[in-house]
Design a protein around this ligand. Structure first.
Ligand SMILES: *Cc1c(COP(=O)(O)O)cnc(C)c1O
Length: 486
């Protein structure tokens, strides 16, 4: 009887190998030549239309599939690996990290747990993250999809630990007083989602005003805590931000740690932007005190330039971390030896199956070493100072916030325009720069003033790329004004 068993493995391994080699060759060229391409370009209608085709019923050779990737996918990226991409706060990826993701997928291991090499690397990378921020070996942690999930993990441990009840059994309805978390009005939006998902509701997250430097105003924080205690609420945790998304401001971590100790509150640090300053020779001083936090969220896919996704939640009290998430169903009991004898890595978060995110981080750190990553962070800080100086020295360009780390807020302001007109003008400058493929910045509103915003989190950026940005904003601003904008 003929064997009709099907498999996803190729029928001709050598033909497959040839296509795979082509992909690697093309990928090397793609990254090497990134500077020669536009940062971003709009997708033509026919390309967009193909992305709306239904599910393919029949297969086609891999070569054909790859041909479509080359034609329709590779030319239209978001652009964040380009040296002149500075939107939001993204990593610029790295080739070794991409190889790591490929090899992780080849292995195909599930990091929910078990005794295997990938699980060991996952745990090792978490230990490295603890070392980077100055946490003790006894602390705990887990790799997650990104900073939003890392914050949710930290805040959930805080909620359970601070509730004073068996929260896992009773739920938030079992609490006698409503819990309060505190963060500045510059807090990232993921914290709102977190308190909502945690069943506490948006009102449980009290926004404390920030000062002129966009740092949390600590006397306002003290007042808020006292007020809440007086009205019978239950102050539980302070979320300090090390690197706000708007301007890169860093809350006073030492003072917040003192306050949390004095008040008996949990201290969580959202370090998605700034926690890794702790590895930079110059930057380190900016996050002094971070190691005093009870939990920290950080983001290797930002300042370690790991390909998306990888975030990391760290919790000082390992027992509290485990007690928040661990469950052992009958089908996941540990065996004395063999594959199921390892630690259950799913016990530290919300996922059961977990990808091998650690390998891309592990390989890049092994290749470059931590010192180089630290120097690259300091280089971004120096680039931000360069850009700020150029802006300050250019007529009609104004800085809109102090530059503390690698985020520069500025705008084209020829004088005499209303806030609304300035906003329209600067949005038009931003969009035209993106459409021309020259440079990509984003925008925000800082203390009522709309501004363009460059987050220079990019190991490919050079000072002359930033000079191009300054010249282009000035040129477009002038051209738009000459055309009667405003
Ligand atoms: C990016 C960011 C987050 C969210 O992280 P993701 O990796 O995008 O989920 C949270 N907080 C701050 C301050 C950030 O910059």
């Amino acid at each position: 009887m003929p064997d009709s068993t099907e498999t996803l493995d190729p029928s001709d391994w050598d033909a497959h190998r040839a296509v795979a080699h082509q992909m690697v060759d093309d990928a090397v060229d793609y990254v090497r030549d990134v500077r020669s391409r536009p940062v971003w370009q709009d997708m033509p209608q026919d390309v967009r239309a193909r992305f709306r085709d239904g599910v393919p019923e029949k297969g086609q050779p891999l070569q054909e599939v790859y041909r479509q990737v080359v034609a329709d996918v590779l030319p239209y990226p978001m652009g964040n690996i380009h040296p002149r991409f500075w939107m939001w706060f993204m990593g610029a990826s790295n080739f070794t990290g991409a190889l790591g993701d490929f090899l992780a997928a080849i292995l195909g291991s599930n990091l929910g747990g078990g005794d295997h090499s990938a699980a060991e690397i996952d745990k090792q990378v978490v230990c490295w993250m603890k070392e980077m921020v100055g946490y003790p070996e006894s602390a705990s942690g887990t790799l997650v999809s990104g900073g939003s999930m890392a914050n949710l993990i930290g805040l959930t441990v805080a909620r359970n630990r601070m509730s004073g009840i068996d929260l896992r059994e009773l739920g938030v309805g079992g609490m006698t007083a409503a819990m309060r978390f505190y963060g500045s009005d510059q807090l990232h939006s993921c914290h709102r989602i977190a308190v909502e998902a945690m069943g506490l509701g948006n009102r449980a997250l009290r926004r404390v005003p920030s000062d002129a430097a966009c740092q949390m105003n600590l006397s306002a924080l003290r007042t808020a805590i006292a007020e809440d205690r007086a009205s019978g609420l239950h102050p539980a945790a302070v979320i300090a931000t090390a690197g706000t998304v708007n301007t890169g401001a860093i809350d006073d971590l030492e003072a917040i740690a003192d306050l949390c100790t004095a008040e008996g509150l949990w201290m969580h640090v959202d370090g998605c932007i700034g926690a890794l300053l702790a590895i930079a020779p110059e930057g380190r001083a900016l996050v002094r005190g971070i190691e005093r936090a009870d939990s920290i969220a950080l983001d290797p896919h930002k300042w370690l330039h790991a390909p998306f996704e990888v975030g990391c939640a760290l919790v000082r009290d390992a027992e509290a971390h485990l007690a928040t998430f661990s469950v052992t169903p009958e089908y996941l009991e540990a065996a004395p030896r063999g594959i199921a004898s390892g630690a259950w890595l799913h016990d530290f978060g919300l996922q059961t199956s977990r990808g091998f995110r650690a390998l891309k981080v592990w390989m890049a750190l092994k290749e470059h070493g931590l010192e180089k990553f630290g120097r690259l962070i300091d280089q971004d800080l120096a680039h931000a100072r360069h850009l700020s100086k150029r802006i300050a020295a250019t007529p009609n360009l104004t800085l809109c916030a102090p530059t503390v780390i690698n985020i520069v807020c500025f705008r084209y302001d020829p004088g005499g325009l209303s806030e609304d007109a300035l906003k329209r003008l600067n949005i038009e400058i931003m969009v035209r720069m993106q459409e021309s493929g020259i440079a990509a910045v984003s925008d925000t509103t800082v203390q009522g003033r709309h501004s363009l915003r460059a987050a220079i989190n990019n190991h490919r950026t050079t000072p002359s790329d930033l000079d191009i940005l300054v010249e282009e904003v000035a040129r477009l601003g002038k051209a738009l004004i000459d055309d009667g904008a405003g």
